[in-house]
Design a protein around this ligand. Structure first.
Ligand SMILES: NC(=O)c1ccc[n+]([C@@H]2O[C@H](COP(=O)([O-])OP(=O)(O)OC[C@H]3O[C@@H](n4cnc5c(N)ncnc54)[C@H](OP(=O)(O)O)[C@@H]3O)[C@@H](O)[C@H]2O)c1
Length: 216
């Protein structure tokens, strides 16, 4: 699969690139091409050091869209609107949101937009018919980036288009040690997004690291 990662230079973007680039063609996007090229070189070095194949390149965010079938929006919630306005052609792609709107107050709090979730805001801002899914919301970036630990992760995927959701589930399940679960329509995405502040609160108040979820 050809996967583009918008904001792929950040924590979650680079982590997901490291896990996907052994089996897929990954384009790490950035507002600055040089930054993306540097991140892609770091990703290549880390993945090949593990003896794994790696297909990754760095480019602008727009080039990452143009080169890909699936586009992951690995950007902070507050940058959704200007970023989507700066990109063209997303209506022809499967767009994946790992975005969790939240704030750190005395504890972490889920702060969804009036649309109900980050995923529904993404859907509203894109042309009608754009296939939007949410995925990768509940896995801490460190889990993707640390190769020394075997993964044992659950990734819920929400979406309205069965074909697009199937493609995203296949993408998720192509990562060894990761189980993908159909978590319902895009309207259910708020239930997945709000798990992250819960996980961060559990980590903080119980002195734990990179807390995740499993379905058993
Ligand atoms: N970090 C985690 O553990 C984690 C886990 C699950 C889900 N998530 C979600 O994944 C998303 C990304 O998280 P992150 O921790 O990877 O974020 P991050 O490292 O803070 O930022 C990701 C990228 O966003 C781009 N960016 C920064 N400011 C921008 C702006 N003004 N306009 C457009 N792009 C901008 C930057 O790329 P360039 O400067 O290269 O353009 C940056 O590398 C968030 O929505 C978060 O809720 C994060």
């Amino acid at each position: 699969m050809r996967v583009g990662i918008i904001g792929g230079t950040g924590d979650i973007g680079e982590g997901i690139a490291m896990r996907l680039s052994s089996a897929h063609f990954v384009s790490i996007g950035s507002r600055e091409e040089e930054k993306a090229v540097y991140t892609s070189e770091c990703c290549f070095a880390a993945v090949t050091k593990m003896g794994l194949a790696c297909s990754v390149s760095g480019c602008t965010n727009q080039a990452a869209v143009d080169r890909s079938d699936v586009v992951i929006l690995a950007i902070p919630f507050r940058h959704i609107e200007p970023t989507l306005a700066s990109l063209t052609g997303l209506e022809k792609k499967i767009v994946v949101s790992p975005i969790n709107p939240m704030e750190k107050r005395d504890f972490f709090v889920y702060t969804p937009p009036p649309e109900g979730s980050a995923a529904l805001l993404v859907k509203k801002l894109l042309p009608p018919g754009t296939r939007v899914c949410s995925a990768f919301n509940t896995v801490a970036a460190n889990k993707w980036r640390v190769f020394s630990e075997e993964l044992d992760l659950a990734v819920p995927v929400c979406g309205d288009d069965p074909m697009a959701k199937g493609v995203v589930l296949d993408l998720v399940r192509s990562i060894p040690g990761v189980k993908g679960y159909d978590a319902g329509p895009l309207a259910a995405s708020f239930m997945v997004e709000c798990l992250t502040p819960l996980l961060l609160n559990i980590a903080r108040f119980n002195k734990m690291k990179d807390v995740g979820i499993q379905f058993r």
